[in-house]
Design a protein around this ligand. Structure first.
Ligand code: ZN
Length: 423
């Protein structure tokens, strides 16, 4: 073979040949030959050829090194990605939030502004796209012009459309619409990471003190510092959203009960307690209805604390289907129920808890009152009188979540996204 190659090299006119592919082929062949025997090649390989061979060897080694480096980089990338998936998990899947601690939420969602915005768009808290009102084209997202000069804007991004020429019939324009407009973050002076943290903690019913303490540990730009007044304001927005959602659910589901079903009804006084000789002297009368089969509760505040039949019967008719068997105590306002198309059984509480003849009792609704009073009257609620409807709504919302096992945060995010879609 060596002789063949030697002859081939000589016949090809090496090194005077100008044909580059030919030269390259010969380089490789010579290099191979040299690998096997220096002795064979020594008499045909000139100094120039030796230099060429060295350059070729260097090039081949360089290519091999580059290839190895690329492969190593790819391998490391795959390993790091897999490790990241294993350690941190995939990007926030709302369904998994029930098991998420606040630290996990903040380490995944509150990493930086772009991640927070992306997550909010995924769950519907911020709009993903908006059409320009002038030219009807999709508007790109950019930093808002209001940002800077020490001003804290909640989201800091806006949809912006800049057209220097006519687009169809639309004149040249420069339109900016805040990303936060019409959303949960609208008009907030807090940075959005703080609003998200607040939302998470309110959904889990954390106290003002806990929220303020946790907010201080967050690495967010908050020149105003979260005060308990601000937390109180946000809790009110949260309860307003919950109230809207509860009323909407009531409307969608329609009245409770029905023929064959049993509903317990009772009134209770709830609100601010003034301990005047051990008596509740201030508060509101509320009317509660519970469907024994489904466990669903409806609550209404009685206008002007009026416990008469005229005040209560329309509310009962609004929430309970005709034909339902209603169980109450012996308060006289309930005496008109049979005439209104309901079955009616009573229990005399001064004698027994359960009526020995009919088996009628109102223990489910009374147990609900106990839970409600524990939450609303002793839960550090200072102004339950003014915001009783909001507190009742929060109680009913949490009660439903406890029964269904759903995540409070995901439920809250869902109802906020529905109320404040920003579109
Ligand atoms: Zn436009």
């Amino acid at each position: 073979m060596f002789v063949l190659i030697t002859n081939y090299v000589r016949n090809s006119g090496w090194p005077n040949s100008q044909c580059m592919p030919m030269k390259c082929t010969i380089f490789v062949q010579l290099w191979l030959v040299q690998l096997f025997s220096d002795h064979v090649t020594s008499h045909i390989v000139t100094a120039e050829v030796r230099t060429c061979i060295s350059v070729s060897v260097f090039c081949v080694c360089f290519c091999v090194c580059v290839t190895l480096f690329v492969w190593l980089w790819l391998l490391l990338w795959v390993v790091f990605t897999m490790a990241n998936q294993l350690l941190v998990g995939p990007m926030p899947n709302p369904a998994l939030f029930r098991d998420w601690s606040f630290n996990r939420f903040s380490s995944l969602v509150l990493v930086d502004r772009d991640t927070s915005i992306q997550w909010c768009q995924d769950v519907g808290l911020l709009p993903s796209r908006k059409q320009c009102p002038n030219c009807r084209l999709d508007m790109p997202i950019c930093n808002t012009r209001a940002q800077g000069a020490g001003r804290v804007t909640c989201v800091g991004k806006a949809f912006r459309c800049q057209k220097a020429v006519y687009v169809g019939r639309a004149r040249p324009h420069d339109v900016e619409i805040s990303l936060a407009r019409g959303t949960w973050f609208d008009k907030s002076k807090l940075p959005m990471e703080l609003v998200l943290s607040l939302t998470y903690m309110m959904a889990h019913g954390e106290s003002y003190e806990h929220i303020i303490r946790e907010a201080r540990t967050l690495d967010v730009d908050d020149p105003q510092h979260l005060s308990s007044e601000t937390v109180a304001d946000w809790y009110m927005y949260f309860r307003e959203a919950v109230l809207e959602s509860i009323l909407d659910r009531f409307r969608t589901r329609g009245p409770i009960g029905g023929p064959g079903a049993t509903v317990e009804i009772d009134e209770a006084k709830i609100g601010h307690r003034k301990y005047n000789r051990g008596r509740v002297v201030d508060g509101h009368w509320i009317l509660g209805m519970i469907d024994r089969q489904t466990g669903e509760v409806r609550v209404e505040i009685l206008p002007n604390n009026d416990r008469s039949a005229q005040a209560m019967l329309p509310l009962i008719q609004q929430h309970v289907l005709p034909g339902t068997t209603i169980m109450t105590d012996e308060w006289r306002a309930y005496h008109g129920l049979p005439a209104a198309g309901f079955g009616h059984l009573t229990v005399n509480h001064s004698l027994h808890f359960v009526d020995p003849q009919t088996g009628a009792h109102t223990q489910n609704i009374e147990s609900t009152w106990r839970h409600m009073k524990r939450k609303i009257c002793r839960g550090g609620v200072r102004n339950a009188d003014q915001q009783l409807d909001l507190h009742l709504a929060e109680f009913l919302w949490r009660r439903e979540l406890d029964r269904s096992g759903a995540s409070p945060f995901i439920d809250l995010i869902g109802l906020i996204a529905q109320l404040y879609s920003g579109n």
